[in-house]
Design a protein around this ligand. Structure first.
Ligand code: MD3
Ligand code: FE
Length: 217
């Protein structure tokens, strides 16, 4: 990426914003990958369609999900876990496309996590009204590995709390192309997404898609 050539030469300023200890916001970072990202995303969805999973408590999630990579995150009545098999299809999740891996690696490297090699990408689809309540991501084996999130389509208000559920969340508007790398202490902070407001995005229409890249094992 051009920005890398200029790193240390030009001040990239607001392009890289530290939002917490270990958390880095890269505004618009994914836009340079958009052209290859969209067809890769469509190919995944064709093989492993979005579905509304159930929480262990029996509630259906308002966010629809699918995965790519050698492992996918799933939830059902028996709990949360990573699984190599898509339970809807009974087959392995689609492979992680090269452009997904490249985007995740480059973003992680820019945030100080060189060598990030995700084995799972959870793909979340928000339609107007969909939300994600405050939670921690604790189903991965090694919390020293960061999580890289990529926002596409309609913007959303991201709620970013602290190490305790009761910590009052800060609100960040995440827009199309924004990438956040969550490592260090922030890796285990509570977070969520406020109900998606209605709107129309030029590329994605009436939805927000979030990719989260993880090292599950
Ligand atoms: C902070 N997804 O899939 S991405 C999730 O927008 C999830 O779909 C939200 O939370 C979404 O688990 C938020 C930002 C995010 C992802 C993982 C994190 C923030 C995080 C892990 C630790 C701390
Ligand atoms: Fe999460």
């Amino acid at each position: 990426m051009t920005a890398d050539l200029f790193e240390g030469v030009l001040d990239v300023g607001p392009a890289r914003q530290k939002i917490a200890d270990g958390a880095t916001l890269l505004r618009g970072f994914a836009k340079a990958f958009e052209h290859d990202l969209m067809p890769a995303l469509h190919a995944i969805i064709a093989q492993a369609p979005f579905r509304h999973m159930h929480t262990p408590g029996g509630h259906q999630m308002s966010v629809a999900m699918t995965n790519c990579g050698s492992l996918g995150w799933v939830t059902d009545r028996s709990g949360y876990r990573y699984d190599a098999i898509d339970p809807e299809i009974g087959k392995p999740w689609p492979a992680m496309p090269a452009v997904f891996l490249l985007l995740a690696r480059e973003a992680a490297a820019r945030a100080g996590f060189a060598g990030f090699a995700p084995d799972a990408c959870l793909i979340n689809r928000y339609e107007p009204g969909a939300r994600m309540s405050l939670h921690q991501d604790r189903d991965e084996r090694d919390f020293d590995q960061p999580i890289v999130s990529v926002s596409l389509g309609l913007s959303a208000v991201f709620l970013f709390g602290g190490p305790k559920r009761a910590d009052k969340p800060q609100r960040y508007r995440l827009q199309h192309g924004d990438v956040v790398v969550w490592g260090g202490p922030s890796r285990l902070f509570f977070h969520g997404v406020a109900p998606l407001a209605d709107g129309e995005h030029a590329l994605l229409g009436r939805q927000r898609i979030n990719l989260t890249f993880r090292r599950a094992r």
